[in-house]
Design a protein around this ligand. Structure first.
Ligand code: SF4
Ligand code: MG
Length: 331
């Protein structure tokens, strides 16, 4: 079976007054159809940049500097504008944290849904597009009468449900969800996540689920990539992640113990001392070394390359496959 998404040695940089800044560095990932893969990282780790890079929606001077992004075997960066436009809804779609960046405030919900169908299905009648829009509302369990509502008349949870419905309108094989529930309160979050799970099982699309919330991702996804300072420090099955053992990258271990805290804009992970690094002034060697309880002098000078250990990738000097992942506490 062909992967839905392949990231092959992908790097993304943006221009800054201080010169090019590497936001994503040499990441590799494969997503098979009908699976949920998680992407975890703190604010500024590059996860949203990677998401917009996959959609080829990079802005603000950001651009792909290395590698390939394939969706259903097609290189996203080789497509002409027309193919890309078609691809963006029909093969891949994206759900952002804020519904308001997607929904048009001056159009009713059903107008917006109808527009998506009419733009992509030239032969479709307006009546048919409307029927399909109602079916989408049914799908995300929103009463059809709300089709006549404007976004501001709906709750945050309803708006996010509608955004998810629109993302699924044309049955894409891949849906990228970037903190899709972070702006919502906990109860609403729960119910939307359950709904995403139900929809995924019903419609078999693949999801790249991006979040700072470690326990949530471990529960939802079958495989998880952990991102730090633009790199994947670990890619692992999520099965073991609820067990607080030492068999993981030191940053993963930190995340497992940490408690995420919401700020107005983004998310800070508490419990790991120090801060995620500024990408402009990245620490030498392993970028995690200033915060890492296991750091040795080598960590400050040499960057660890990801190594394969029983299907799990870990980038750490101290991770010894010979010792089944045990960290030796030599000083
Ligand atoms: Fe910690 Fe060194 Fe491993 Fe980086 S390479 S995570 S600093 S032990
Ligand atoms: Mg983000």
């Amino acid at each position: 079976e062909q992967p839905v998404l392949v990231l092959r040695d992908v790097s993304i940089a943006y221009d800054s007054p201080a010169g090019p800044v590497q936001a994503v560095s040499h990441v590799n990932l494969e997503l098979m159809p009908n699976t949920i893969v998680g992407l975890i990282g703190e604010s500024g780790s590059g996860k949203s940049t990677l998401a917009t890079g996959i959609m080829r929606l990079l802005r603000g001077g950001a651009h792909l500097t290395h590698g390939e992004i394939l969706i259903k075997g097609q290189n996203v960066y080789d497509m002409d504008a027309k193919t890309l436009r078609k691809f963006r809804w029909e093969a891949m779609s994206m759900v952002f944290q804020s519904a308001m960046t997607v929904l048009n405030p001056v159009m009713t919900v059903e107008q917006q849904m109808v527009d998506v169908f009419l733009a992509h299905r030239p032969g479709m009648s307006k009546a048919e597009a409307l029927q399909k829009s109602y079916a989408l509302l049914d799908l995300v369990r929103i009463a059809r009468k709300h089709g006549k509502s404007y976004p501001h008349e709906l709750s945050g949870g309803m708006k996010q449900r509608i955004v998810i419905a629109i993302a699924l309108a044309l049955d894409p094989a891949l849906v990228i969800m970037d903190e899709p529930t972070t702006a919502l309160d906990v109860v609403v979050q729960r119910s939307i996540l359950e709904q995403i799970q139900d929809l995924q099982q019903e419609r078999h699309f693949a999801v790249l689920f991006i979040s700072h919330d470690f326990s949530l991702v471990a529960e939802l996804a079958s495989r998880v990539a952990i991102m730090y300072a633009g790199r994947f420090v670990e890619v692992t099955e999520s099965g073991g992640l609820t067990v607080s053992d030492q068999d993981h990258h030191p940053y993963t271990q930190g995340l497992m113990r940490a408690i995420p805290r919401l700020t107005h804009e983004d998310v800070v992970i508490e419990g790991i001392p120090g801060h995620p690094p500024d990408l402009v002034t990245l620490p030498t060697g392993c970028a995690y070394h200033p915060r890492c309880p296991y750091a040795v002098p080598l960590c400050t000078v040499e960057r660890p390359e990801p190594r394969d250990w029983q299907g799990r990738l870990i980038a750490c000097h101290r991770f010894d496959p010979q010792k089944a992942g045990e960290f030796s506490h030599v000083s």
